[in-house]
Design a protein around this ligand. Sequence first.
Ligand SMILES: [Zn+2]
Length: 75
Amino acid sequence: MAVYKDSTFLIECDRPHFDTRFAPGTTVSASGIYRCTCCGQETAAGIGQLLPGHDQHSHPFEFGPACWQLIVLAQ
Ligand SMILES: [Zn+2]
């Protein structure tokens, strides 16, 4: 889970960016912290960068496919 020290640097918002799920290897259009909805691992990605692919982040078959969700949007 993402953590922070000073909450004055974070604000809550309801942008649609947070509702989208991204496949491994997707090029992101928003910089921020992404979380795997399957195992909870987090990664940072900037605009135009790729989310970890299947060869960089995978799960046992029974866990289902990895999927990424934006949890902190960097502005
Ligand atoms: Zn995962």
